[in-house]
Design a binder for this molecule. Sequence first.
Ligand SMILES: [Zn+2]
Length: 124
Amino acid sequence: MPNKGSVLSKKELDAVKDNLIERRHEIIHKLSEVQDQSKMNETDIAQDLADKAESSYTKEFLLSLSNAEREELLQIDAALKRIARGEYGLCRTCQKEIGKKRLAAIPWTPLCIECQEQSESEAT
Ligand SMILES: [Zn+2]
């Protein structure tokens, strides 16, 4: 079944997915190294961060991340979900295709370049 609207082929999506999972693991691993291991279970956290955000140690873990890392991790999680739903590569705001070049540079981005620029100019 082809992904409706997705700009990427199944093979490309699989590569992106591997990439995202690896990046996610890197962030989590880096952090679990500096954290108290008795409390942290890397595998548990790695399962599904967004769904587990309610549990207190996941919250603690998220708080221990820098803003940039936390943001990136959540974006990666969201991107993996979009892949699962066949929505990856489409802008969250305008539903248009996010360019392949942009996806290659920032695989977890939920926004196309136009919407990204707009949200940045609104934030300032
Ligand atoms: Zn857009």
